[in-house]
Write a protein that binds this ligand. Structure first.
Ligand code: ATP
Ligand code: MG
Ligand code: MG
Length: 564
């Protein structure tokens, strides 16, 4: 895998290694198992793993599972699968919940040092007395409890003597701090809930801002990389590591989140789409999840290259989908065999071709990768062409089939449209054409030229297939909206968060059509990838394909326009 192009975090690491501040680089990817990973996570995975790799360091996969309510084993499993699929191997596999004992001990240490206290105020009172940017917070009446009382109350919190929300443990820092995060943040709360890992052992759980620095310190993480929403929390991060007297000292560095235009990324929104069955699961090919991209047909190489080439900066910024698409085109260009598929078929009978005869024609598998060889495709009196490749009354500049016009059939012959057959409703159901045997592909025929080349599939051996064509799940957004944090823009609006985000769903994000592929495609397996001439890149869908039915997901269309 290519090394990361240089960026400000890499510079910091190089300086730390040079100065001897750090001997071995240790990073971590710390997902909360409350949903499936998305392309934003891929960026973080790529950054953490590639930085450590490059300097001979280590990267842990750590589940940040400190909130029992939202977490689930299914997510733990899917996250591991996705990280592996992206091509990364973790050194340690850890669960933050395995550190609950140590976190508790460190909290007791804080209390003993007079650096933490039990507060009996309600969550609302605590929020209201935090102050604002211009106004200092108000100290809790419980702030100056004795160490003994705090130790006793915290112990009783742990034993389950109190109900949810009745008490919290707060760090005792500075209620007048210019940084609101330092105004005695809550570090433990009561939550009577079973945890996927620790079961009923705990009814108090550490808050993220307290737990995360300890997790990093316990694992000997040197560079703790997160996104810029946490920048203001860095002083608290350092406070926790220092006051808890952690022997190993990690440092936090922040970079700007990856945002994709017209894409909703926050896990809670994606989960809502799944829960309300507005999509076909977390791996719906329209989802920006890793599993969705995989099912769509994206390759790990394409995603890694996308992460590497889009850079790492403090500001981030919105990236157009075109970039992501270009990386998968680039990756598949020389890898995917090029074959013909007719998505919306129209029958063509070649009236001067002998009945019952079938000939085999040579077709190159990839004109840009000749080593992929040739295949043989049947040709006979009946074929299918694309409905769009016929116009009874052609518009100006239309060079495909219309009455009296001649076109080239890719890999085969010139055919000329002689007659249009319609049903009672007046719809075109068949074309009657003639072919010219002199014009066979590869024969060197130069007698005359035609302007249009179209694709086709021989009718008697054609394999029926379903094609799923996608557009973005979200309707196009203006740039300012797309720039908003976590897709909150989608949720902003008078009608209420949920309604307005769902209002922005693109009703045309999925189109299903039925047509045919070449006979040699009958053995195609899940995740086989092809370039269908003129239609783009397709992936055999692993969920809906059966022995009887082939289903293809369009990964991305070709850049080129339809008319040659
Ligand atoms: P979401 O907001 O989508 O729910 P999250 O940040 O809550 O994501 P976590 O499981 O907490 O999800 O994230 C694991 C890691 O991935 C964190 O270090 C987080 O900073 C990083 N990450 C999440 N989203 C992005 C993104 N869009 N770009 C880069 N890194 C991201
Ligand atoms: Mg989170
Ligand atoms: Mg989040």
């Amino acid at each position: 895998k290519a090394a990361a192009p240089t960026n400000f975090i890499k510079q910091i690491i190089m300086e730390d290694l040079k100065s001897g501040q750090v001997q071995t680089v240790v990073t971590r990817f710390p997902p909360e198992p409350n949903g499936y990973l998305h392309i934003g996570h891929a960026k973080s995975i790529w950054l953490n793993f590639s930085l450590a790799d490059e300097f001979g360091g280590k990267t842990n996969l750590r589940f940040d599972d400190t909130n029992p309510v939202k977490e689930d084993e299914e997510y733990v499993r899917s996250i591991q699968e996705d990280v592996k699929w992206l091509g990364f191997e973790w050194d340690g596999l850890f669960f933050a919940s395995d550190y609950f004992d140590e976190m508790y001990e460190r909290a007791v240490l804080l209390i003993k040092k007079g650096k933490a206290y039990v507060d009996d105020q309600t969550p609302d009172q605590i929020r209201e007395t935090r102050g604002t940017l211009t106004e200092p917070g108000k100290e809790s009446p419980y702030r100056n409890r004795s160490v003994e009382e705090n130790l006793d109350l915290f112990e009783r919190m742990r034993k389950g003597e109190f109900r949810n929300g009745e008490r919290v443990l707060r760090a005792k820092i500075d209620m007048a701090s210019g940084n609101i995060n330092l105004r005695d943040p809550v570090i433990y709360r009561i939550l009577h809930a079973a945890h996927h890992n620790t079961g009923d052992k705990w009814c108090i759980y550490p808050m993220y801002a307290y737990a995360h620095p300890l997790e990093d310190a316990i694992e000997g993480v040197t560079h703790s990389i997160c996104t810029t929403e946490f920048e203001e929390q860095r002083p608290l991060y350092d406070w926790v590591v220092r006051e808890c007297e952690m022997p190993q000292v990690p440092h936090q560095y922040e970079f700007g989140k990856l945002k994709l235009a017209d894409t909703i990324m926050g896990k809670r929104y994606l989960k809502q789409l799944v829960d309300e069955k507005r999509v076909d699961g977390w791996d719906d090919p329209r989802m920006p999840t890793i599993s969705g991209l995989r099912r769509r047909g994206y390759t790990p190489e394409a995603i890694r290259n996308f992460c590497a080439e889009t850079g790492v900066s403090k500001s981030g910024g919105v990236i157009d989908l075109i970039f992501l698409e270009n990386f998968v085109r680039d990756d598949l260009k020389l890898k995917a065999p090029r074959t013909m598929a007719v998505l919306q078929p129209l029958k063509v009978v070649i009236t001067n071709y002998p009945e019952g005869q079938v000939e085999m024609l040579d077709a190159e598998n990839n004109t840009e990768a000749p080593e992929m060889g040739i295949r043989q495709i049947p040709f006979s009196r009946e074929i299918y062409v694309e409905r769009d490749d016929f116009m009874e009354e052609p518009v100006k500049g239309y060079h495909r089939l219309f009455p009296g016009n001649e076109v080239r059939l890719k890999h085969a012959y010139f055919i000329k449209c002689e007659e249009v057959v319609k049903n009672e409703a007046g719809e075109v159901v068949e074309l009657r054409c003639t072919y010219d045997p002199e014009t066979k592909s590869g024969s060197g025929f130069t007698g005359r030229k035609v302007k249009g080349t179209i694709h086709w599939v021989e009718a008697t051996q054609a394999v029926p297939a379903e094609f799923r064509l996608y557009e973005p799940l979200m309707a196009k957004q203006d740039e300012a909206a797309a720039d908003d944090e976590e897709g909150e823009a989608y949720a902003a609006g008078a009608a209420g968060a949920e309604a307005s985000f769902l209002d922005k769903l693109n009703p045309k994000s999925l189109e299903i059509v039925h047509g045919f592929v070449e006979p040699n495609m009958k053995d195609a397996k899940a995740h086989d990838k092809f370039q269908f001439f003129r239609h783009g890149y397709f992936n055999v869908d692993p969920k809906h394909t059966t022995a009887e039915k082939l289903v293809f997901n369009r990964i991305v269309s070709l850049k080129s326009s339809f008319d040659p």
